[in-house]
Design a binder for this molecule. Structure first.
Ligand code: TRP
Ligand code: ZN
Length: 500
């Protein structure tokens, strides 16, 4: 989808478990003071492998068209994503019934320059065949790039359908920011996906950057007895004595890092939420009855967040809990990822993180960061929401959090590196930035501003400057200046007093 050219574990005191990895709990001072130039991590490796295709050797006309670029130019991650086109949809078909994963991904894209060559991001896997508009295409592999040379140029004003057939056992990639290896995980009990920020490319070829969102259909075939869950709505299920096929449709734009699949011995329990949102929670079959009550606040949270953020942006929501410790939770679109053990902790701890991941559906998922250094637009907003929920519930207040933050000398939340993008600065000072705005303009205006943010940039991606512009337009220059100081100044400002 077109990018617009131009916001855990809330420092959980109680939950070292989840906070540990990402937000590093309240011990967040570590690393929070080192002023660093954002050094881009290079994600393209120089390892080059070349696959030959049995492609027809149609002669390529190298006339006016040129190649697409091998990155979008992300300030934190050199090599991530691609330029030269806009991905509109991904249709991913996965077969998990054999020794290795067999897969086909169909990408529909629209060129933004005339193309005689373009890239998709793909890490690992063996590519067997690529076609563009049904004609075999040549391709090579270089690091995380799948470089495709179509038999015919792709002119502006057309759409191209790119089909990639591939197989193998996905390899996870190291996470520069911490919690766990990224991408598609194969475990003894099944499989799951945790990609943020770089792991999407481990299981499907894509323009792997949040500035290019697209719709998805994900079809997964698993051995009989297993279940496959994915984003959006289950539109079809076929069972034979050997295998079951699940088709999940995500009709709203989704960033590649939020696409997920989980397979194994799970029970899907479906219920209806407010405003016709379908709730489906995915829990290990043996444990479902015990764990389901931990999710009972979902409807109430959806009602409260729809009231203050605007309508829930997707058709469905739910949680998947996997039978393996994770030390984090992750806001995969419409299917937040948790581990079963976390759901057995005390109610307020669990609800705090449930609120955090639910809030990400608006902030991060519906409105995505235009670049990875805008990550506070995800984590600051979701942390504000979980602090808000916890305060409503009689837990830690914003004042208490501001007091705890003060001695940590937190950097401005807009100043991040791949290593610090999920630290306390981003979560806690990010949340307090919004709380400062709330206290400056009052609850009513603040909630309307959040709704305008979700309305204006929903389905797309945005920047801190977009947020400041919106605040200036609606609330004036002074309110924008408050947020600017919180977002950019070395010294963290004082939290204004709560308005009447
Ligand atoms: N976005 C997650 C949260 O705050 C934290 C996170 C960042 C994460 N990168 C991750 C979780 C990688 C799992 C894997 O809720
Ligand atoms: Zn988060």
């Amino acid at each position: 989808m077109a990018r617009r050219p131009h916001l855990l574990l809330s420092l959980l005191t109680a939950s070292a478990l989840i906070a540990g990895a990402c937000s590093r709990g309240d011990d967040a001072s570590e690393g929070a003071q080192t002023p660093q130039e954002p050094t881009p991590t290079t994600v393209a490796s120089d390892a080059t492998t070349t696959s030959t295709t049995e492609a027809t050797t149609t002669t390529l006309q190298r006339l006016a068209p040129g190649p697409g670029g091998d990155e979008v130019g992300d300030p934190l991650f050199a090599g991530l994503g691609n330029s030269g086109y806009d991905a509109l949809s991904y249709d991913i078909t996965l077969n998990l019934t054999g020794e290795e994963l067999r897969a086909t991904t169909v990408v529909v894209l629209e060129p933004t320059v005339p193309l005689n060559e373009f890239n998709l991001d793909l890490v690992g896997m063996e590519v067997d065949r690529v076609t563009v508009n049904s004609q075999a295409a040549n391709f090579t592999r270089t690091g995380r790039e799948l470089v495709i040379t179509p038999a015919a140029n792709i002119p502006l004003g057309t759409r191209a359908t790119v089909t990639v057939e591939y197989r193998g056992t996905p390899t996870t990639i190291e996470d520069p920011s911490g919690p766990i290896d990224l991408g598609w995980h194969t475990e003894s009990w099944g499989t799951f996906v945790a990609s943020e920020p770089l792991g999407g490319a481990t299981w499907f070829p894509s323009n792997d950057h949040p500035s290019d969102k697209a719709t998805f259909r994900i079809t997964v075939t698993v051995p009989a007895g297993q279940v496959a869950a994915g984003p959006g709505v289950l539109i079809d299920r076929q069972d034979t004595s050997e295998a079951s096929t699940f088709v999940w449709q995500m009709s709203d734009p989704m960033a590649t890092y939020l696409a997920s699949v989980v397979t194994g011995d799970f029970a899907i329990s479906t219920s209806s939420g407010p405003d016709a949102v379908t709730i489906r929670n995915v829990l290990p079959t043996d444990d479902a009855a015990r764990l389901l009550p931990a999710l009972s606040s979902t409807n109430e949270m959806l009602e409260e967040f729809s009231r203050i953020f605007g309508p829930y942006p997707f058709e469905s929501y739910g949680v998947v809990a996997i039978p393996q410790p994770l030390t984090f939770a992750l806001e995969n679109q419409t299917l937040s990822l948790f581990d079963t053990q976390f759901l057995t902790l005390r109610r307020r701890t669990v609800e705090n993180v449930l609120a955090h991941e639910l809030a990400h559906q608006w902030f991060g998922n519906h409105v995505s960061p235009a670049e990875w250094d805008e990550i506070w637009l995800n984590e600051g907003f979701a942390s504000w929401a979980d602090h808000y929920w916890t305060e409503l519930d009689g837990g830690t207040t914003f004042e208490e959090r501001a007091e705890r933050a003060r001695p940590l000398n937190l950097r401005p939340p807009t100043e991040v590196t791949p290593a610090t993008m999920f630290d306390a600065t981003v979560y806690l000072r990010g949340a307090l930035t919004l709380e400062a705005l709330r206290r400056t303009i009052g609850d009513g205006n603040f909630f309307q501003l959040l709704q305008a943010w979700s309305d204006t940039y929903g389905g797309s991606s945005a920047t801190t400057e977009d947020l400041l512009d919106l605040i200036r337009e609606r609330e004036g220059a002074e309110a924008a200046a408050v947020v600017r100081a919180w977002a950019f100044d070395d010294i963290m400002p004082e939290l204004p007093p709560r308005l009447g």
